[in-house]
Design a protein around this ligand. Structure first.
Ligand code: ADP
Ligand code: MG
Length: 664
């Protein structure tokens, strides 16, 4: 085999240095044939590494052409260059450049992972390679648990796993002791014997002497190119090698589909691999992951629980409103709530009630007369609120009957001495619970108990109060001897506008009284106001919660940016062994989305805990979690992951492999 594999012509590389340009490589021409072993020598700073980086497609020339196996690299995009690196080149660096979080096997597998080889076969080949390199008992060790020589052997295995047609070794013995250095050189010799093309940078003439061709660089130019025919013979002693070279063919096999678009199964495969990588990255940096999540957890928890509190309190208000009845208008004496003269105005009467009943749009009318009266049964004496009401009162107030019956219109007309008592009164006067048919005394008036209401479920009002309901006519004529009532509640028919009805009622009563010595409270208007207030509150708190979500997202982005910076070397290594921009991008995006989704789940959990604490502290309020808000929270956290993870992921993917590597 003597065909040309790598061909450099008229190559220059310049770096910007302030306002000027630094020419590091100047018009370099070099042809490397398949199977050659070349040593590049030169003083420090002469441009050896720069040339190696260009040969390995980690860097691109400023001028000139570079052909790999006849393919012009200048026309290739970053992804095509990545595929070229993956399929042709194996790097051995002075500082090994292994990934600290992965085991020896894990490190060796990476290049195969980016060529979409399945887990089992790439693991088997990695094990085989490590075995051959004498690391059988170090497979699951992390780089920090390996000696320098062992780490370098792991990186040789990594260089070989995809075939390693060309092995680029930049001062591979620079960081090793002399014994390990010798072993490394023997290893490279063996690989050379087996047909690998080897380019080796060294400044040790003894090492260079072992190569069959020695190139010397000075100030960016090739000053000598000597072929040493004896070299390979000198070291053929170790030709009896055990390293399997069958893998050389891998690159050639793959070359066929290198630049074709990837099928769906390969996409899915690399997604799964990226997912696993993200998981292991997250679990090996738990604190960082948790801190990243914290913003999202708090954001999502506050959104979900604020919406739940909002819904809960709205439901509470609405259930209290329900006890006021729908479509009701209350008529009270005075000029408004809190009018102190109201008690002396006695113009609302039973005849007003009758007049209102005759209005076409009125469904029902119930007057109320109130008095605190001493209630007596046998030897028990209590003070209760006696309410003279109409038969519709119970329906309007949402009171339910537990025992017996209610009084009707006939009882009102015939001034029956019958009463309905509430649960509290029952417990106070009749500890044995048997009240129906018993006669109690309201002051001097004996009344018979015909019904008992159920205990109210609502926290509204004073839950300790004792209530006794009688027909209002009975209270007016038999207890007070008066004909006015304290207030009147009108229930308007469902199909009538309550505002128009309210106006008509005001007009009627004003006409009857001659003056407007009363005011009305329209429950519909009150309800609308309360609903509006509570939805304004929900909006306000949601806005605050949303802001905390955004702040959380910015936190995620910050940590992701920091993590990209922190992991620049990792990105450089991955790219050097064949990761394409899309692979890097995918890994970081998946990590961001995973972090945000976990944060979202924890946030929802936290919201439930907050809900438990709140409802155990205030008995009235129970939080209502809406499925919508939970779904929205999850979508939000995914969106935040994609949105705020995108920028750092793109930054990571756009890194120049050489720059990324040098930041180790
Ligand atoms: P060596 O032969 O020691 O490996 P290098 O190829 O690493 O030398 O570097 C050659 C010269 O190019 C040095 O002077 C170095 O400062 C310069 N150089 C290398 N990389 C960069 C870079 N990314 N930006 C600017 N100057 C660089
Ligand atoms: Mg160097």
């Amino acid at each position: 085999m003597s065909d040309v594999l790598l061909e450099v012509s008229g190559l220059s590389r310049r770096f910007p240095a302030g306002d000027e340009e630094l020419t590091v490589l100047n018009n370099v021409n070099l042809t490397i044939r398949r199977g050659e072993m070349i040593a590049i020598m030169g003083a420090s700073g002469s441009g050896k590494s720069t040339l190696m980086n260009i040969l390995g497609c980690l860097d691109t020339p400023s001028e000139g052409a570079y052909l790999v196996n006849g393919q012009d690299t200048s026309a290739m995009n970053p992804d095509q260059l990545a595929e070229l690196r993956r399929d042709y080149f194996g790097f051995i660096f002075q500082r090994y450049h292994l990934l600290d979080d992965l085991t020896a096997i894990g490190n060796v597998e990476i290049p195969a992972l980016y060529s979409a080889e399945n887990k089992l076969s790439r693991q088997a080949r990695a094990e085989k390679l490590l075995n051959r390199l004498g690391l059988a008992d170090r497979m699951t060790h992390k780089p920090s648990q390996l000696s320098g020589g062992q780490q370098q052997r792991v990186s040789v295995a990594r260089a070989l796993i995809n075939g390693g047609t060309v092995i680029l070794a930049d001062e591979p013995t620079g960081a090793l002791d002399s014994h390990s250095g010798k072993e490394m050189m023997q290893l490279l010799q063996e690989l050379h014997q087996q047909g690998h093309t080897i380019v080796l940078v060294t400044h040790d003439p003894k090492i260079a002497a072992s190569a069959e061709r020695v190139i010397e660089i000075s100030d960016g130019e090739i000053v000598s190119d000597i072929t040493n025919d004896n070299a390979s013979n000198k070291h053929s002693v170790i030709a009896n090698s055990e390293i399997d070279t069958s893998s050389t063919s891998v690159a050639e096999q793959k070359k066929a589909n290198t630049f074709t678009s990837r099928p769906f199964s390969a996409q899915w495969f690399s997604f799964v691999e990226a997912f696993k990588m993200s998981l292991s990255a997250m679990s090996s940096h738990r604190l960082r992951t948790f801190l990243t999540m914290l913003g999202i957890i708090i954001g999502i928890a506050s959104v979900v629980s604020v919406v739940a509190i909002g819904n809960g309190s709205q439901a509470q208000v609405l259930s209290q409103m329900a006890s006021m009845g729908t479509n009701t208008i209350e008529i009270k004496p005075g000029s408004g709530l809190g009018d102190r003269r109201a008690g002396r105005i006695r113009t609302l009467t039973a005849s007003d009630v009758n007049a209102l009943t005759n209005l076409s749009f009125v469904d029902s009318v119930t007057p109320t007369v109130r008095a605190n009266v001493t209630v007596r049964y046998a030897s028990e004496v209590v003070t209760a609120e006696v309410l003279g009401v109409g038969p519709d009162h119970f329906r309007v107030q949402g009171l339910e009957l537990a025992q017996g019956q209610l009084f009707d219109e006939k009882s009102v007309v015939s001034l029956d001495q019958v009463a309905v008592i509430d649960n509290n009164t029952l417990n106070d006067l009749f500890p044995d619970g048997d009240a129906l048919g018993q006669v109690i005394f309201l002051g001097q008036l004996p009344v018979r108990i015909i019904g008992v209401t159920a205990a109210s479920k609502m926290a509204a009002g004073n839950s300790d109060s004792l209530n006794v309901w009688l027909p209002y006519s009975t209270v007016n004529s038999r207890i007070f001897s008066q004909n006015y009532v304290n207030d009147i509640t009108v229930r308007v028919s469902d199909d009538v506008s309550s505002v128009a009805a309210e106006q008509a009622i005001i007009n009627l009563i004003k006409m009857r009284h001659g003056v407007e010595d009363f005011f009305t409270v329209n429950t519909d208007t009150v309800r609308e106001n309360i609903e509006q207030t509570s939805s304004t509150m929900t909006l306000l708190i949601s806005a605050i919660a949303f802001i905390s979500l955004v702040v959380g997202g910015i936190g995620v982005m910050n940590i992701m940016l920091v993590s990209v910076t922190e992991r620049t070397r990792e990105i450089g290594i991955r790219m050097a062994v064949g990761a394409r921009q899309a692979d890097i991008m995918r890994q970081f995006l998946i990590e961001a989305v995973l972090v945000c989704l976990c944060g979202g789940a924890l946030g929802i959990g936290l919201a439930y805990v907050v809900g438990l604490i709140i409802s155990s502290m205030s008995s009235g309020l129970s939080l209502i979690y809406s499925t919508n808000s939970i779904i929205a929270a999850f979508m939000c956290s995914t969106l935040i992951g994609v949105l705020f993870g995108f920028l750092p992921a793109r930054n990571a993917a756009r890194l120049n492999p050489v720059d990324a590597l040098s930041k180790g």
